[in-house]
Ligand binder design. Structure first.
Ligand SMILES: Cc1cc2nc3c(=O)[nH]c(=O)nc-3n(C[C@H](O)[C@H](O)[C@H](O)COP(=O)(O)OP(=O)(O)OC[C@H]3O[C@@H](n4cnc5c(N)ncnc54)[C@H](O)[C@@H]3O)c2cc1C
Length: 460
Protein backbone atom coordinates (compact mmCIF):
# COMPACT_ATOMS: atom_id res chain seq x y z
CA UNK A 1 0.00 0.00 0.00
CA UNK A 2 1.19 3.49 -0.72
CA UNK A 3 -0.43 6.23 1.40
CA UNK A 4 -1.34 5.90 5.06
CA UNK A 5 -4.56 7.96 5.10
CA UNK A 6 -7.83 6.29 5.99
CA UNK A 7 -8.16 4.76 2.51
CA UNK A 8 -4.71 3.12 2.66
CA UNK A 9 -5.29 1.96 6.24
CA UNK A 10 -8.71 0.51 5.35
CA UNK A 11 -7.17 -1.26 2.34
CA UNK A 12 -4.35 -2.71 4.47
CA UNK A 13 -6.76 -3.81 7.18
CA UNK A 14 -9.07 -5.48 4.63
CA UNK A 15 -6.09 -7.27 3.10
CA UNK A 16 -5.22 -8.64 6.55
CA UNK A 17 -8.83 -9.76 7.07
CA UNK A 18 -8.92 -11.49 3.68
CA UNK A 19 -5.61 -13.27 4.28
CA UNK A 20 -6.85 -14.48 7.66
CA UNK A 21 -10.19 -15.65 6.21
CA UNK A 22 -8.41 -17.47 3.37
CA UNK A 23 -5.73 -18.94 5.67
CA UNK A 24 -3.07 -17.29 3.49
CA UNK A 25 0.22 -15.62 4.39
CA UNK A 26 0.49 -11.91 3.68
CA UNK A 27 3.65 -9.86 3.56
CA UNK A 28 2.26 -6.36 3.83
CA UNK A 29 3.86 -2.91 3.78
CA UNK A 30 2.04 0.38 4.17
CA UNK A 31 4.35 3.17 3.04
CA UNK A 32 3.44 6.66 4.19
CA UNK A 33 5.47 9.73 3.25
CA UNK A 34 4.74 11.74 6.40
CA UNK A 35 6.13 10.86 9.82
CA UNK A 36 2.68 9.79 11.03
CA UNK A 37 -0.27 7.80 9.73
CA UNK A 38 -3.77 9.19 9.17
CA UNK A 39 -3.33 11.60 6.24
CA UNK A 40 -5.85 14.39 6.75
CA UNK A 41 -7.08 12.80 10.00
CA UNK A 42 -5.26 14.11 13.07
CA UNK A 43 -6.52 14.51 16.63
CA UNK A 44 -4.65 16.40 19.30
CA UNK A 45 -5.31 16.81 23.04
CA UNK A 46 -4.25 20.21 24.35
CA UNK A 47 -5.01 21.66 27.79
CA UNK A 48 -8.16 19.58 28.21
CA UNK A 49 -9.45 20.35 24.67
CA UNK A 50 -9.77 17.69 21.99
CA UNK A 51 -8.81 19.33 18.70
CA UNK A 52 -9.47 17.83 15.29
CA UNK A 53 -7.09 19.13 12.60
CA UNK A 54 -9.13 17.55 9.79
CA UNK A 55 -12.36 15.56 9.79
CA UNK A 56 -14.33 15.62 13.03
CA UNK A 57 -16.88 12.91 12.17
CA UNK A 58 -18.17 10.52 9.55
CA UNK A 59 -21.59 9.97 8.03
CA UNK A 60 -23.49 6.98 9.41
CA UNK A 61 -25.91 7.01 6.45
CA UNK A 62 -23.13 5.68 4.25
CA UNK A 63 -22.61 2.30 5.93
CA UNK A 64 -18.95 1.45 5.29
CA UNK A 65 -17.21 3.24 8.16
CA UNK A 66 -19.81 2.12 10.68
CA UNK A 67 -19.57 -1.47 9.37
CA UNK A 68 -15.78 -1.33 9.76
CA UNK A 69 -16.17 -0.14 13.38
CA UNK A 70 -18.49 -3.09 14.02
CA UNK A 71 -15.95 -5.53 12.57
CA UNK A 72 -13.23 -3.93 14.66
CA UNK A 73 -15.49 -4.42 17.70
CA UNK A 74 -15.25 -0.75 18.68
CA UNK A 75 -18.84 0.42 18.32
CA UNK A 76 -18.80 1.26 22.02
CA UNK A 77 -16.12 3.90 21.31
CA UNK A 78 -18.46 5.83 19.00
CA UNK A 79 -20.36 8.89 20.12
CA UNK A 80 -23.38 10.48 18.49
CA UNK A 81 -24.24 14.14 18.13
CA UNK A 82 -26.51 15.80 20.64
CA UNK A 83 -29.50 16.04 18.31
CA UNK A 84 -31.27 18.65 20.44
CA UNK A 85 -28.88 21.03 18.70
CA UNK A 86 -29.07 19.57 15.22
CA UNK A 87 -29.38 22.74 13.26
CA UNK A 88 -27.17 24.96 11.19
CA UNK A 89 -27.10 28.74 11.02
CA UNK A 90 -26.36 30.90 8.02
CA UNK A 91 -24.44 34.15 8.58
CA UNK A 92 -26.32 36.69 6.52
CA UNK A 93 -26.47 40.49 6.78
CA UNK A 94 -24.69 40.59 10.12
CA UNK A 95 -26.80 37.91 11.88
CA UNK A 96 -26.92 34.16 12.29
CA UNK A 97 -30.20 32.85 10.86
CA UNK A 98 -31.23 29.25 11.47
CA UNK A 99 -31.55 27.31 8.24
CA UNK A 100 -35.34 26.81 8.12
CA UNK A 101 -36.53 23.42 9.47
CA UNK A 102 -37.05 20.95 6.67
CA UNK A 103 -34.41 22.48 4.38
CA UNK A 104 -32.90 19.48 2.59
CA UNK A 105 -29.44 20.77 1.70
CA UNK A 106 -30.62 22.56 -1.47
CA UNK A 107 -34.39 22.99 -1.19
CA UNK A 108 -37.15 23.64 1.36
CA UNK A 109 -39.59 20.83 2.15
CA UNK A 110 -41.62 22.39 4.98
CA UNK A 111 -43.78 25.40 4.10
CA UNK A 112 -44.20 27.37 7.33
CA UNK A 113 -40.55 27.54 8.52
CA UNK A 114 -39.51 28.48 4.99
CA UNK A 115 -42.15 31.16 4.45
CA UNK A 116 -41.49 32.79 7.83
CA UNK A 117 -37.67 32.64 7.58
CA UNK A 118 -35.95 36.04 7.40
CA UNK A 119 -33.03 34.39 5.60
CA UNK A 120 -34.72 34.85 2.21
CA UNK A 121 -36.39 37.85 0.56
CA UNK A 122 -39.96 37.57 -0.76
CA UNK A 123 -38.81 37.62 -4.40
CA UNK A 124 -36.27 34.91 -3.42
CA UNK A 125 -39.00 32.76 -1.82
CA UNK A 126 -41.31 33.16 -4.82
CA UNK A 127 -38.48 32.21 -7.16
CA UNK A 128 -37.85 29.05 -5.14
CA UNK A 129 -41.55 28.23 -5.33
CA UNK A 130 -41.28 28.31 -9.14
CA UNK A 131 -39.58 24.92 -8.79
CA UNK A 132 -43.10 23.53 -8.34
CA UNK A 133 -43.97 24.28 -11.98
CA UNK A 134 -40.67 24.40 -13.87
CA UNK A 135 -40.00 21.63 -16.43
CA UNK A 136 -37.19 19.10 -16.10
CA UNK A 137 -33.67 19.94 -17.27
CA UNK A 138 -31.86 17.86 -19.86
CA UNK A 139 -28.14 18.08 -19.04
CA UNK A 140 -26.36 14.79 -18.29
CA UNK A 141 -23.74 16.32 -16.07
CA UNK A 142 -24.51 19.79 -14.80
CA UNK A 143 -22.78 21.92 -12.19
CA UNK A 144 -24.51 22.20 -8.84
CA UNK A 145 -24.54 25.98 -9.28
CA UNK A 146 -26.34 25.79 -12.63
CA UNK A 147 -28.83 23.24 -11.29
CA UNK A 148 -29.78 25.28 -8.21
CA UNK A 149 -29.98 28.54 -10.20
CA UNK A 150 -32.23 26.84 -12.77
CA UNK A 151 -34.61 25.17 -10.31
CA UNK A 152 -34.59 27.46 -7.26
CA UNK A 153 -32.96 30.73 -8.26
CA UNK A 154 -29.93 32.79 -7.40
CA UNK A 155 -30.82 33.50 -3.77
CA UNK A 156 -31.16 29.81 -2.90
CA UNK A 157 -27.72 29.27 -4.43
CA UNK A 158 -26.02 32.23 -2.75
CA UNK A 159 -27.51 31.89 0.72
CA UNK A 160 -27.70 28.11 1.17
CA UNK A 161 -26.29 25.83 -1.53
CA UNK A 162 -22.99 27.68 -2.08
CA UNK A 163 -22.01 27.95 1.62
CA UNK A 164 -23.11 24.39 2.36
CA UNK A 165 -21.09 22.89 -0.49
CA UNK A 166 -18.13 25.11 0.40
CA UNK A 167 -18.30 23.59 3.89
CA UNK A 168 -18.50 20.02 2.60
CA UNK A 169 -16.54 20.00 -0.67
CA UNK A 170 -14.58 23.28 -0.32
CA UNK A 171 -15.85 23.78 -3.86
CA UNK A 172 -17.00 26.46 -6.27
CA UNK A 173 -20.59 25.31 -7.02
CA UNK A 174 -20.25 26.42 -10.65
CA UNK A 175 -17.57 23.76 -11.22
CA UNK A 176 -18.90 21.02 -8.94
CA UNK A 177 -20.54 18.08 -10.73
CA UNK A 178 -23.97 17.39 -9.27
CA UNK A 179 -23.94 13.84 -10.66
CA UNK A 180 -20.63 13.05 -8.91
CA UNK A 181 -21.50 14.63 -5.56
CA UNK A 182 -25.27 14.70 -4.96
CA UNK A 183 -26.89 12.43 -7.55
CA UNK A 184 -29.97 12.15 -5.31
CA UNK A 185 -31.14 15.61 -6.42
CA UNK A 186 -30.74 14.77 -10.10
CA UNK A 187 -32.68 11.59 -9.53
CA UNK A 188 -35.49 13.48 -7.78
CA UNK A 189 -35.75 15.90 -10.71
CA UNK A 190 -35.74 13.05 -13.21
CA UNK A 191 -38.49 11.16 -11.38
CA UNK A 192 -40.69 13.86 -9.89
CA UNK A 193 -39.67 16.97 -11.84
CA UNK A 194 -40.08 19.34 -8.85
CA UNK A 195 -37.30 19.18 -6.27
CA UNK A 196 -39.52 20.49 -3.47
CA UNK A 197 -42.33 18.02 -4.14
CA UNK A 198 -39.95 15.11 -4.73
CA UNK A 199 -37.99 15.73 -1.53
CA UNK A 200 -41.24 16.12 0.47
CA UNK A 201 -42.47 12.82 -0.90
CA UNK A 202 -39.18 11.10 -0.09
CA UNK A 203 -39.33 12.48 3.47
CA UNK A 204 -42.87 11.20 3.96
CA UNK A 205 -41.74 7.77 2.79
CA UNK A 206 -38.76 7.76 5.17
CA UNK A 207 -39.07 7.01 8.88
CA UNK A 208 -39.40 10.14 10.99
CA UNK A 209 -36.34 11.04 13.02
CA UNK A 210 -36.60 9.61 16.50
CA UNK A 211 -39.08 6.94 15.50
CA UNK A 212 -36.81 4.81 13.32
CA UNK A 213 -35.02 3.22 16.26
CA UNK A 214 -31.73 4.05 14.49
CA UNK A 215 -28.98 3.93 17.05
CA UNK A 216 -26.71 6.43 15.35
CA UNK A 217 -27.11 10.08 14.53
CA UNK A 218 -26.26 11.30 11.04
CA UNK A 219 -22.71 12.27 12.06
CA UNK A 220 -20.72 9.96 14.30
CA UNK A 221 -17.27 10.21 15.81
CA UNK A 222 -15.03 8.49 18.35
CA UNK A 223 -15.01 9.42 22.02
CA UNK A 224 -11.31 10.22 21.66
CA UNK A 225 -11.64 11.88 18.22
CA UNK A 226 -11.15 10.58 14.68
CA UNK A 227 -7.51 9.77 15.42
CA UNK A 228 -8.83 6.70 17.25
CA UNK A 229 -9.81 5.16 13.91
CA UNK A 230 -6.25 5.58 12.64
CA UNK A 231 -4.77 4.02 15.78
CA UNK A 232 -7.27 1.15 15.77
CA UNK A 233 -6.57 0.26 12.13
CA UNK A 234 -2.81 0.60 12.54
CA UNK A 235 -2.92 -1.70 15.59
CA UNK A 236 -4.56 -4.47 13.49
CA UNK A 237 -1.73 -4.57 10.94
CA UNK A 238 1.11 -7.05 11.32
CA UNK A 239 4.01 -5.70 13.40
CA UNK A 240 6.34 -3.56 11.29
CA UNK A 241 3.95 -3.41 8.30
CA UNK A 242 3.20 0.31 8.62
CA UNK A 243 6.15 2.46 7.61
CA UNK A 244 5.58 6.18 8.19
CA UNK A 245 8.39 8.39 6.90
CA UNK A 246 8.68 6.44 3.62
CA UNK A 247 7.89 8.45 0.49
CA UNK A 248 7.56 6.34 -2.65
CA UNK A 249 9.33 8.11 -5.49
CA UNK A 250 9.22 5.52 -8.24
CA UNK A 251 6.99 2.68 -9.31
CA UNK A 252 8.15 0.33 -12.06
CA UNK A 253 7.40 -3.11 -13.44
CA UNK A 254 9.73 -5.89 -12.27
CA UNK A 255 8.64 -8.87 -14.39
CA UNK A 256 5.18 -9.83 -13.19
CA UNK A 257 5.72 -7.87 -9.95
CA UNK A 258 6.25 -4.19 -9.05
CA UNK A 259 9.30 -2.38 -7.76
CA UNK A 260 8.90 0.61 -5.46
CA UNK A 261 11.74 2.97 -4.70
CA UNK A 262 11.52 5.28 -1.69
CA UNK A 263 13.18 8.65 -1.05
CA UNK A 264 14.58 7.23 2.20
CA UNK A 265 16.46 4.44 0.40
CA UNK A 266 14.64 1.12 0.76
CA UNK A 267 13.52 -0.55 -2.48
CA UNK A 268 10.65 -3.01 -2.25
CA UNK A 269 9.12 -5.60 -4.56
CA UNK A 270 5.42 -6.44 -4.43
CA UNK A 271 2.92 -8.58 -6.35
CA UNK A 272 0.16 -6.06 -5.65
CA UNK A 273 0.36 -2.31 -5.19
CA UNK A 274 -2.51 -0.08 -4.11
CA UNK A 275 -1.91 3.64 -4.55
CA UNK A 276 -4.01 5.27 -1.83
CA UNK A 277 -2.43 8.69 -2.22
CA UNK A 278 -3.91 11.93 -3.49
CA UNK A 279 -4.53 11.71 -7.28
CA UNK A 280 -1.71 14.18 -8.01
CA UNK A 281 0.74 11.95 -6.11
CA UNK A 282 -0.54 8.85 -7.93
CA UNK A 283 -0.12 10.74 -11.23
CA UNK A 284 3.58 11.31 -10.50
CA UNK A 285 4.09 7.63 -9.67
CA UNK A 286 2.52 6.30 -12.89
CA UNK A 287 3.84 8.97 -15.27
CA UNK A 288 6.40 6.64 -16.90
CA UNK A 289 4.16 3.56 -16.80
CA UNK A 290 1.14 5.10 -18.49
CA UNK A 291 1.39 8.80 -19.36
CA UNK A 292 -2.27 9.04 -20.38
CA UNK A 293 -3.37 7.60 -17.01
CA UNK A 294 -1.05 10.11 -15.31
CA UNK A 295 -2.66 12.91 -17.32
CA UNK A 296 -6.18 11.83 -16.30
CA UNK A 297 -5.14 11.64 -12.63
CA UNK A 298 -3.46 15.03 -12.91
CA UNK A 299 -6.69 16.58 -14.19
CA UNK A 300 -8.35 16.09 -10.79
CA UNK A 301 -8.00 19.53 -9.26
CA UNK A 302 -7.29 19.86 -5.51
CA UNK A 303 -8.20 22.61 -3.07
CA UNK A 304 -6.30 23.55 0.07
CA UNK A 305 -7.97 24.17 3.39
CA UNK A 306 -7.14 25.19 6.93
CA UNK A 307 -8.92 24.83 10.24
CA UNK A 308 -8.54 27.13 13.23
CA UNK A 309 -9.74 25.76 16.58
CA UNK A 310 -10.28 28.29 19.32
CA UNK A 311 -11.21 27.61 22.95
CA UNK A 312 -13.14 30.22 24.91
CA UNK A 313 -14.55 30.55 28.40
CA UNK A 314 -18.27 29.81 28.04
CA UNK A 315 -19.09 32.96 29.97
CA UNK A 316 -17.35 35.05 27.28
CA UNK A 317 -19.68 33.83 24.49
CA UNK A 318 -23.08 35.50 24.48
CA UNK A 319 -24.62 33.36 21.68
CA UNK A 320 -26.56 30.36 23.07
CA UNK A 321 -24.62 28.07 20.68
CA UNK A 322 -27.84 26.12 20.13
CA UNK A 323 -26.73 24.46 16.91
CA UNK A 324 -23.83 22.56 15.36
CA UNK A 325 -22.38 25.67 13.73
CA UNK A 326 -22.84 28.09 10.88
CA UNK A 327 -21.95 28.53 7.24
CA UNK A 328 -20.98 31.77 5.54
CA UNK A 329 -22.17 32.69 2.04
CA UNK A 330 -19.37 33.97 -0.15
CA UNK A 331 -21.41 37.13 -0.76
CA UNK A 332 -20.83 38.13 2.90
CA UNK A 333 -17.14 38.73 2.09
CA UNK A 334 -15.77 36.92 5.15
CA UNK A 335 -12.70 34.74 5.55
CA UNK A 336 -14.66 31.95 7.24
CA UNK A 337 -16.34 29.34 5.04
CA UNK A 338 -18.00 27.75 8.04
CA UNK A 339 -17.62 27.28 11.77
CA UNK A 340 -18.47 24.31 13.98
CA UNK A 341 -19.50 24.52 17.62
CA UNK A 342 -17.32 21.47 18.29
CA UNK A 343 -18.01 21.11 22.01
CA UNK A 344 -21.78 21.38 21.42
CA UNK A 345 -21.75 18.84 18.60
CA UNK A 346 -19.84 16.19 20.58
CA UNK A 347 -19.16 15.58 24.27
CA UNK A 348 -15.67 15.76 25.76
CA UNK A 349 -14.26 18.36 23.35
CA UNK A 350 -13.66 21.12 25.94
CA UNK A 351 -13.03 21.28 29.68
CA UNK A 352 -15.91 22.39 31.96
CA UNK A 353 -17.04 26.02 31.57
CA UNK A 354 -15.30 26.26 28.21
CA UNK A 355 -16.33 25.85 24.57
CA UNK A 356 -14.38 24.75 21.52
CA UNK A 357 -15.18 26.43 18.19
CA UNK A 358 -13.59 25.57 14.87
CA UNK A 359 -13.35 27.77 11.79
CA UNK A 360 -12.86 26.39 8.29
CA UNK A 361 -10.93 28.44 5.70
CA UNK A 362 -9.73 28.18 2.12
CA UNK A 363 -11.33 25.96 -0.49
CA UNK A 364 -11.61 26.87 -4.17
CA UNK A 365 -13.23 30.22 -3.38
CA UNK A 366 -10.83 31.22 -0.60
CA UNK A 367 -7.53 30.12 -2.12
CA UNK A 368 -5.55 33.34 -1.80
CA UNK A 369 -6.37 33.77 1.86
CA UNK A 370 -4.23 30.74 2.73
CA UNK A 371 -1.08 32.62 1.61
CA UNK A 372 -1.36 34.66 4.79
CA UNK A 373 0.79 33.98 7.85
CA UNK A 374 -0.56 31.70 10.59
CA UNK A 375 -1.05 34.52 13.10
CA UNK A 376 -3.07 36.56 10.67
CA UNK A 377 -5.36 33.64 9.82
CA UNK A 378 -5.93 32.88 13.50
CA UNK A 379 -6.65 36.58 14.09
CA UNK A 380 -9.19 36.69 11.27
CA UNK A 381 -11.05 33.66 12.60
CA UNK A 382 -11.01 35.08 16.14
CA UNK A 383 -12.39 38.44 14.93
CA UNK A 384 -15.11 36.87 12.81
CA UNK A 385 -16.18 34.50 15.60
CA UNK A 386 -16.27 37.49 17.97
CA UNK A 387 -18.54 39.31 15.54
CA UNK A 388 -20.84 36.36 14.72
CA UNK A 389 -21.23 35.02 18.27
CA UNK A 390 -20.83 38.11 20.44
CA UNK A 391 -17.63 36.89 22.10
CA UNK A 392 -15.92 39.27 24.53
CA UNK A 393 -12.71 37.65 25.83
CA UNK A 394 -9.60 36.35 24.11
CA UNK A 395 -9.32 32.63 23.27
CA UNK A 396 -7.63 30.44 25.88
CA UNK A 397 -6.52 28.04 23.12
CA UNK A 398 -5.68 28.59 19.45
CA UNK A 399 -4.62 25.88 16.99
CA UNK A 400 -4.19 26.30 13.24
CA UNK A 401 -3.89 23.34 10.94
CA UNK A 402 -3.23 23.51 7.23
CA UNK A 403 -4.26 20.83 4.73
CA UNK A 404 -2.55 21.87 1.49
CA UNK A 405 -3.79 20.35 -1.82
CA UNK A 406 -5.79 17.82 0.16
CA UNK A 407 -9.37 18.17 -1.07
CA UNK A 408 -10.19 16.69 -4.50
CA UNK A 409 -12.72 18.65 -6.53
CA UNK A 410 -15.33 16.66 -8.42
CA UNK A 411 -15.72 18.98 -11.37
CA UNK A 412 -18.27 18.52 -14.13
CA UNK A 413 -17.04 15.50 -16.12
CA UNK A 414 -15.59 13.81 -13.01
CA UNK A 415 -17.49 10.53 -13.34
CA UNK A 416 -16.45 10.09 -16.97
CA UNK A 417 -12.83 10.82 -15.98
CA UNK A 418 -12.95 8.28 -13.14
CA UNK A 419 -14.35 5.65 -15.50
CA UNK A 420 -11.46 6.30 -17.91
CA UNK A 421 -9.00 6.08 -14.98
CA UNK A 422 -10.51 2.77 -13.87
CA UNK A 423 -10.28 1.35 -17.42
CA UNK A 424 -6.63 2.37 -17.65
CA UNK A 425 -5.80 0.87 -14.23
CA UNK A 426 -7.51 -2.39 -15.21
CA UNK A 427 -4.84 -2.65 -17.93
CA UNK A 428 -2.05 -2.67 -15.29
CA UNK A 429 -2.42 -6.01 -13.49
CA UNK A 430 -1.50 -5.93 -9.82
CA UNK A 431 -2.09 -2.18 -9.54
CA UNK A 432 -5.04 -0.57 -7.77
CA UNK A 433 -6.16 2.91 -6.76
CA UNK A 434 -8.06 4.06 -3.69
CA UNK A 435 -8.88 7.26 -1.87
CA UNK A 436 -10.97 10.37 -1.81
CA UNK A 437 -10.12 11.40 -5.37
CA UNK A 438 -12.50 9.04 -7.11
CA UNK A 439 -15.95 8.06 -5.88
CA UNK A 440 -16.64 9.99 -2.70
CA UNK A 441 -14.68 12.33 -0.45
CA UNK A 442 -16.06 11.39 2.98
CA UNK A 443 -14.39 9.03 5.44
CA UNK A 444 -17.05 6.38 4.78
CA UNK A 445 -16.43 6.58 1.01
CA UNK A 446 -12.67 6.33 1.57
CA UNK A 447 -13.16 3.21 3.72
CA UNK A 448 -15.24 1.67 0.94
CA UNK A 449 -12.71 2.67 -1.69
CA UNK A 450 -9.78 1.17 0.25
CA UNK A 451 -11.62 -2.03 1.09
CA UNK A 452 -12.79 -2.48 -2.50
CA UNK A 453 -9.22 -2.06 -3.79
CA UNK A 454 -8.01 -4.74 -1.33
CA UNK A 455 -10.81 -7.06 -2.39
CA UNK A 456 -9.94 -6.63 -6.07
CA UNK A 457 -6.32 -7.42 -5.28
CA UNK A 458 -6.59 -10.19 -2.70
CA UNK A 459 -10.03 -11.84 -2.83
CA UNK A 460 -10.05 -15.30 -4.33
C1 LIG B 1 -10.07 20.04 6.92
C2 LIG B 1 -10.81 18.81 6.45
C3 LIG B 1 -11.99 18.46 7.10
C4 LIG B 1 -12.68 17.31 6.69
N1 LIG B 1 -13.82 16.94 7.37
C5 LIG B 1 -14.42 15.76 7.07
C6 LIG B 1 -15.47 15.24 7.91
O1 LIG B 1 -15.84 15.83 8.94
N2 LIG B 1 -16.03 14.04 7.57
C7 LIG B 1 -15.61 13.32 6.48
O2 LIG B 1 -16.16 12.24 6.22
N3 LIG B 1 -14.60 13.77 5.69
C8 LIG B 1 -13.99 14.96 5.98
N4 LIG B 1 -12.93 15.39 5.21
C9 LIG B 1 -12.50 14.58 4.08
C10 LIG B 1 -11.69 13.36 4.54
O3 LIG B 1 -10.95 13.69 5.67
C11 LIG B 1 -10.74 12.92 3.45
O4 LIG B 1 -11.40 12.81 2.23
C12 LIG B 1 -10.09 11.58 3.78
O5 LIG B 1 -9.50 11.60 5.07
C13 LIG B 1 -9.08 11.27 2.69
O6 LIG B 1 -8.45 10.05 2.98
P1 LIG B 1 -7.43 9.40 1.94
O7 LIG B 1 -6.83 8.24 2.60
O8 LIG B 1 -8.10 9.23 0.62
O9 LIG B 1 -6.34 10.55 1.66
P2 LIG B 1 -5.30 11.30 2.62
O10 LIG B 1 -5.80 11.39 4.01
O11 LIG B 1 -4.98 12.57 1.89
O12 LIG B 1 -4.06 10.34 2.61
C14 LIG B 1 -3.19 10.20 1.53
C15 LIG B 1 -1.83 9.90 2.10
O13 LIG B 1 -0.93 9.54 1.06
C16 LIG B 1 0.35 9.99 1.45
N5 LIG B 1 1.22 10.05 0.28
C17 LIG B 1 1.14 10.89 -0.79
N6 LIG B 1 2.13 10.63 -1.66
C18 LIG B 1 2.86 9.62 -1.14
C19 LIG B 1 4.00 8.92 -1.59
N7 LIG B 1 4.60 9.20 -2.76
N8 LIG B 1 4.51 7.92 -0.81
C20 LIG B 1 3.92 7.61 0.37
N9 LIG B 1 2.83 8.25 0.84
C21 LIG B 1 2.29 9.24 0.09
C22 LIG B 1 0.07 11.36 2.05
O14 LIG B 1 1.14 11.79 2.86
C23 LIG B 1 -1.21 11.08 2.83
O15 LIG B 1 -0.97 10.75 4.17
C24 LIG B 1 -12.21 16.53 5.60
C25 LIG B 1 -11.03 16.91 4.95
C26 LIG B 1 -10.32 18.02 5.37
C27 LIG B 1 -9.03 18.38 4.68
Amino acid sequence: MVGGGVAGLAAAHRAVELAREGGRALDLRLLEARPRLGGTIRTERVDGFLVEAGPDSFLSEKPWALALCRRLGVEDRLVRTDDRYRRTFVWHAGRLHPLPDGFQLLAPTALLPFVTSPLFSWPGKLRMALDLVLPRGHADDESLGAFVRRRLGREALERVAQPLVAGIYSADPDDLSLAATMPRFLEVERRQRSLILGLRQALRGAAQPGTSGARWSLFVTFAGGMGELVDLLAARLPAGAARPGHRVTELARAGAAWRLRTAEGPVLEADHVILATEAHAAARLVRHLDPSLAALLGEIVYASAATVSLGFRRADVSHPLDGFGFVVPRTEGKALLAATFSSVKYPGRAPGDHVLLRGFLGGMLGRRLLDEEDDRLVGRVRDELHEALGIRGEPVLARLSRAPVSMPQYHVGHLARVEAIERAVAGLPGLGLAGSAYRGVGIADCVRSGEAAAERAFAR
